[in-house]
Write a protein that binds this ligand. Structure first.
Ligand code: PLP
Length: 383
């Protein structure tokens, strides 16, 4: 089956967070992490069937969804997950906040990478817990943990390590060896690992597989909360569904005790969309990844040609992490906005000299954005 990701989709008037932000302005919104593509036809059909049924009452998680997730973990990662280990959630972000607040004590300390998707460290701040950010460093063209700084940052009361794998922003797909070193570090200091793996299916570099850190060994699994979702992968973030995998029963009970008082159930549309996506979405996903690779290559080539901006090769995701240090701008985000590009400010992730560009859009839109990017860069160089 062919999927045409070039077809324009008008998202205006659909309450899209991404598009409403700059509604009525000549700004291309390339910020928050959803894509401008229609979801897999299988998902759209499943939701249509559910809508036709016409009754949208309280809904239980479908048992076949647990079975699909178990089968998926086994097939993709050779990770034997028991259905009881799965906790359904309305979103991964809820899982981050639950993990930080429920699995650490008030006097304990959390380690988080930097830069990183802001809800990882905000979960620690909100709990509230003492926390330290540990810089990621660019090593041979990849954003990786600074393991010396990690070792220097751990405190006697450190209890949890936040991991974003693959990494947002920066797109690193961590290798088995890199993850094994993180896991060994966690074991050495008796840390829990809260691993946000929402980007695990968006693998652009072929031959670099995703490895869930919990799948490395049972003793790693027992100290890990893994958070996953089909939402980024199949562009269904608005349907409200994610899941945690927590092997250890004590951790799982603490995480999910009286869950309803803290977070809403996943939604019935989330369940339906997830079922259809995991069951029938793979051909669409394969085609999507090809398309995103094309977009990434265009963007990387454009950035390489421009003076004053740089980006590391992106192994995964549709979120480019662009270093604007060479432009000497106090506020790169504001500068690009002034040139009609709505990017995510790097400051949100912990690195003000960066911007993050979402290239999950039609190539024609990206092409227009690249023209604006070039103009903005050249203007900054002139001033
Ligand atoms: C690393 C990461 N985690 C979580 C989320 C959001 O998760 P959810 O919408 O399931 O709460 C995002 C969205 O950009 C993300 O990049």
């Amino acid at each position: 089956m062919d999927f045409d990701f070039d077809i324009p989709v008008d998202r205006q008037g659909t309450y899209s967070l991404r598009w409403e932000k700059y509604a009525g302005r000549d700004v291309i919104p390339l910020w928050v992490a959803d894509m401008d593509f229609r979801s897999p036809p299988a998902v759209i059909d499943a939701l249509r069937r559910r809508v036709e049924h016409g009754v949208f009452g309280y809904t239980l998680p479908p048992p076949e969804l647990s079975a699909l997730i178990v089968e998926r973990m086994q097939r993709l990662y050779r990770w034997a997950v028991h259905p009881d280990w799965i906790v359904f959630l309305p979103g991964v972000v809820s899982g981050l906040y639950l993990a930080a607040s429920r699995l650490t004590r008030v006097e304990e300390h959390i380690l988080s990478p930097s830069p990183v998707y802001y809800h990882l460290f905000r979960a620690a701040q909100t709990a509230p817990r003492a926390w330290s950010d540990v810089p990621m460093v660019l090593e041979r063209g990849r954003w990786v943990w600074d393991e010396d700084r990690l070792a220097a940052s751990v405190l006697p009361n450190s209890r949890m390590l936040m991991l974003c794998s693959p990494h947002n922003p920066g797109g690193t797909i961590f290798s088995r060896d890199e993850l094994a070193r993180i896991a060994a570090f966690a074991a050495q200091h008796d840390l829990l690992i809260c691993s946000d793996e929402i980007h695990c299916d968006l693998l652009l570099d072929q031959g670099k597989p995703h490895v869930p850190i919990a799948s490395l060994a049972p003793e790693v699994s027992r100290r890990t909360v893994t958070l996953m979702a089909p939402s980024k992968t199949f562009n269904i973030a608005g349907t409200g569904f994610a899941f945690a995998i927590i092997e250890d029963i004590g951790l799982r009970q603490a995480f999910s005790f009286d869950l309803k008082k803290s977070v809403h159930d996943a939604t019935l549309f989330g369940y339906e969309a997830a079922l259809a996506a995991y069951r029938d979405g793979q051909p669409w996903l394969d085609a999507l990844l090809d398309y995103l690779r094309g977009n990434r290559d265009l963007l990387e080539a454009a950035v390489a040609r421009l003076p004053g901006v740089e980006m590391a090769h992106l192994e995964s995701t549709f979120l480019a992490w662009i270093d604007c240090s060479g432009l000497g701008l106090a506020d790169p985000h504001a500068h690009f906005l002034g040139h009609g590009l709505g990017l995510s400010p790097g400051a949100d992730f912990g690195s003000p000299r960066f911007v993050r560009l979402n290239f999950g859009t039609q190539r024609s839109v990206l092409g227009n954005a690249l023209v604006r990017l070039e103009r903005a860069v050249l203007d900054a160089r002139r001033s």
